[in-house]
Design a protein around this ligand. Structure first.
Ligand SMILES: Cc1cc2nc3c(=O)[nH]c(=O)nc-3n(C[C@H](O)[C@H](O)[C@H](O)COP(=O)(O)OP(=O)(O)OC[C@H]3O[C@@H](n4cnc5c(N)ncnc54)[C@H](O)[C@@H]3O)c2cc1C
Length: 415
């Protein structure tokens, strides 16, 4: 896109009405730019609304260094984005919308009523009042040969011209909410290399659970356990047994490492501590207590409180020989090997890894190959665990792309 001449009133097209695109639109509209925002879906912010269903965890209150560490190998790039709009700025921005927030016991930050809908409603109202024109059922299809944007609408295909464009098209999970990853080949066709979209914060599959375990315990939570991958420090939390494997917050927290290990080695073996509050010698001492005529199941329940899904998983994964020798059984209870073979499909994941690499972007999130085109949100190549880190980086990158487009309009950046 050509840089606009100073004489005409500039306009920007934003494609994608999730948190990143809406934030870019807000920054631009507040600076007096004409903003047209298009989204393929019949309404905006569908994934944002879904994120609010189980309690909208919008950011996290932990110290900055720990916060940035959540973005792993992308922490430097994300630090650059958060320098201008961090967790505190995000909370202040939410308060400005008339929505109060609170910090939960784990440090997670939520809107007072835990919901996304009131926030989105207030935000869309404010955007409309700021002059942003919001268009739904409008799918971006790429570019025409003359550089105009191709847009599929109910009235047919349109060609759009603008002084700059912000793409905030989301990742590749939950396609039915709009983020279908269909943008990947459109950017690749323009010479932008894209890191493959991969499931993040996702469940994983095992070889096969026994019918007994699957039928009786699929959906059951394993609470207060730890999981460790490859001798790394164990992480405590809970996860859920599924019909094909495991999912839930503790698995999501480790999902990047698990996925990478599977890519390298074909599988990932985690060690599960079913009783993290009891040291090995105490577990062994309990197992050595006389069992009398009681069954092993009753013994495990009576001495160690192991029952339900925990006991069933121990029975599934430990061998008969381990059950026959207290030392070996105690070791299995403290470090039960759980081998995962593959992630669940991308579409089921909470978020996706991969996307537009930062190397393809300048410091304003403008594509080197497509001057005047900016990218923001989950479509960028970063990942983070759940805990509010996803939305925080989406908001911050939307703001950075909006400010980048402004700088472009003002002639402060050049291709
Ligand atoms: C079940 C679930 C729970 C979650 N909970 C949390 C949470 O508690 N905390 C947290 O931080 N994160 C959470 N997330 C993640 C968070 O919702 C996403 O990271 C965030 O919505 C991504 O924002 P985005 O603006 O980049 O993309 P999206 O919100 O995905 O928005 C992209 C938009 O682009 C539109 N679009 C895509 N392609 C086109 C096209 N070709 N033309 C026109 N429009 C297009 C889509 O319709 C969509 O509206 C959750 C996600 C899921 C699935």
């Amino acid at each position: 896109m050509n840089q606009p001449s100073p004489s005409h009133s500039p306009s920007v097209v934003v494609i994608g009405g999730g948190p990143a695109g809406l934030m870019a639109a807000e920054v631009l509209a507040n600076a007096g730019v004409r903003v047209e925002l298009y989204d393929a879906m019949p309404s905006l912010g569908r994934k944002f609304l879904l994120a609010g269903v189980g309690g909208m965890n919008i950011t996290h209150a932990e110290p900055k260094a720990a916060f940035l560490g959540r973005y792993r190998e992308r922490q430097e790039e994300i630090a650059g984005l958060l320098a201008d709009f961090d967790a505190d700025s995000l909370r202040a921005w939410i308060h400005d919308l008339g929505i109060d927030t609170f910090v939960g016991t784990s440090g997670r930050v939520f809107p007072r009523d835990m919901k996304a809908a009131p926030l989105l409603r207030a935000w869309l109202k404010r955007l409309r009042e700021a002059g942003v024109r919001l268009h739904t059922r409008s799918r971006w299809l790429g570019w025409n040969a003359d550089g105009s944007l191709r847009l599929q609408t109910s009235a047919g295909e349109q060609a759009l011209r603008a002084d700059a464009c912000v793409l905030a098209l989301g990742g590749g999970s939950w396609a039915r909410l709009g983020s279908d990853g269909a943008w990947v080949p459109l950017l690749e066709a323009r010479g932008v290399s894209i890191a493959p979209l991969l499931p993040a914060n996702c469940g994983f599959e095992v070889s096969a659970w026994s019918a007994l375990l699957r039928d009786k315990f699929a959906g059951a939570p394993l609470k207060n356990v730890t999981l460790a991958l490859d001798g790394a420090a164990p992480r405590r939390g809970e996860f859920v047994l599924t019909s094909t494997g495991v999912e839930g917050s503790l698995v999501y927290a480790l999902s990047a490492e698990i996925r990478e290990r599977i890519t390298q080695s074909g599988s990932a073996t985690l060690h599960l501590d079913l009783l993290p509050d009891r040291p090995l010698d105490k577990v062994l001492a309990a197992l050595h207590k006389p069992r009398g005529s009681r069954s092993m199941a009753k013994h495990l329940h009576g001495q160690l409180g192991l029952d339900g899904v925990k006991a069933a998983l121990l029975r599934e994964l430990a061998s008969a020989e381990q059950f026959a020798a207290p030392e070996r059984l105690a070791a299995a209870i403290k470090a039960l090997p759980l081998t995962l073979l593959r992630p669940r499909p991308l579409d089921e994941a909470i978020s996706s890894a991969g996307g537009v690499p930062f190397a393809e972007l300048d410091q304003h999130l403008m594509l080197h190959r497509l001057p005047g085109v900016f990218c923001a949100g989950e479509m960028l190549d970063w990942e983070a665990p759940t805990g509010g880190y996803l939305l925080t980086a989406c908001f911050a990158s939307g703001r950075a792309a909006g400010l980048g487009a402004l700088a472009w309009l003002e002639g402060q950046t050049s291709p």
